[in-house]
Design a protein around this ligand. Structure first.
Ligand code: CUA
Length: 320
């Protein structure tokens, strides 16, 4: 949107490092201007009426209007239209902020704990947050984060990207962004999580995508990739005795093409198979039973760590 360049780069806001940041700021600027205009109309009008209709003597009759349908309609209907417009505008931006594109260049599992972040890449590169290990992402390409927490609720907030997402224990949430330029962007935890809450600051470092590819494939810092570890676990837990990986029907649904597909359940509801759905189905499969299948899968809650679950999910995602 070219008209979003109306917002001066030198405003009091943090830099606009993504396209969405510009859109958020434009809406924000509109809200501020609309508030100012409303303020002038309301307070200015009131002041003007105070002066114009000032009672100058005791026996002067006061102006007394009981009712005016037209005026009341106008001051209800016009604000309603403006408010619905703002609602729609915000909804469109929110939808963009919440929906990662189909092809993301990097997917990173982010685990929050008191008081640090760990990030793990699809090939097993793993970092425990510190100033020396910024989260490396490609510039000009989309990155998706899959967040969870080991203890309390934390929140991953990147002011320059105008986006944030809670990291919730026992749940997977996601966040995506596409930094336009290489650079370093600060990340705050914005959910009060204890003594060193303010110390949960890390940096995202966006580097040109060719450089990113070289960095990504260079010497690994972690062990095997999450998908490889998930594959081992899939065999160890005998998942294959009920779930095929080639599309054939066994006791339970096949894993082939499962991720991202639409699931229909025995109770008539539907859901898209995202990370959080896979997590729930692995731990407590009875929560959502896929139609035409029996509720036969044992409970894995308490038997798999968060990391095990993340690894299984990455393996399932790789079975296309
Ligand atoms: Cu983690 Cu606040």
């Amino acid at each position: 949107m070219s008209w979003s360049s109306l917002i001066p780069a030198t405003s009091f806001m943090p830099i606009q490092a993504t396209e969405i940041a510009k859109e958020v700021d434009l809406l924000y600027a509109f809200l501020i201007i609309a508030s100012l205009v409303s303020f002038v109309i309301l307070i200015g009008g009131m002041t003007w009426f105070l002066i114009k209709f000032k009672r100058t003597s005791v026996d002067q009759k006061s102006a007394y209007i009981t009712h005016n349908n037209f005026a009341e309609f106008l001051w209800s209907f016009i604000p309603l239209v403006i408010m619905m417009g703002i609602f729609y505008w915000g909804m469109v931006i929110f939808e963009k902020l919440r929906t990662p594109p189909e092809d993301v260049a990097a997917e990173i599992h982010v685990t929050a704990e008191q008081w640090a972040w760990t990030y793990r890449y699809a090939n097993g590169k793993e970092f425990y947050s510190s100033a020396n290990d910024p989260m490396i992402v490609p510039a000009g390409k989309a990155t998706k984060l899959i967040l969870t927490s080991k203890d309390v609720i934390h929140s991953f907030y990147v002011p320059a990207f105008r986006t944030k997402q809670d990291a919730v224990p026992g749940k997977l949430t996601q966040l995506w962004f596409e930094p336009k330029q290489p650079g370093e962007y600060i990340v705050f935890c914005t959910e009060y999580c204890g003594t060193k809450h303010s110390g949960m600051m890390i940096k995202i470092k966006a580097i040109p995508s060719e450089e990113y590819a070289a960095w990504y494939h260079a010497e690994k810092k972690g062990a095997d990739s999450p998908a490889d570890l998930g594959k081992v676990l899939f065999a160890q837990k005998a998942c294959a005795s009920c779930h095929s990986i080639d599309g054939s029907r066994v006791v339970g649904p096949t894993m082939k093409g499962l991720f991202g597909s639409e699931r229909k359940f025995a109770d008539g509801t539907k859901a898209k198979a995202d990370e959080n759905y896979l997590r729930e189905s692995i731990l407590v499969s009875s929560a959502k039973i896929v139609e035409t299948y029996p509720a036969a899968m044992p409970l894995f809650q308490g038997q798999l760590s968060d990391e095990d679950v993340a690894n299984l999910i990455e393996y399932i995602k790789s079975i296309k």
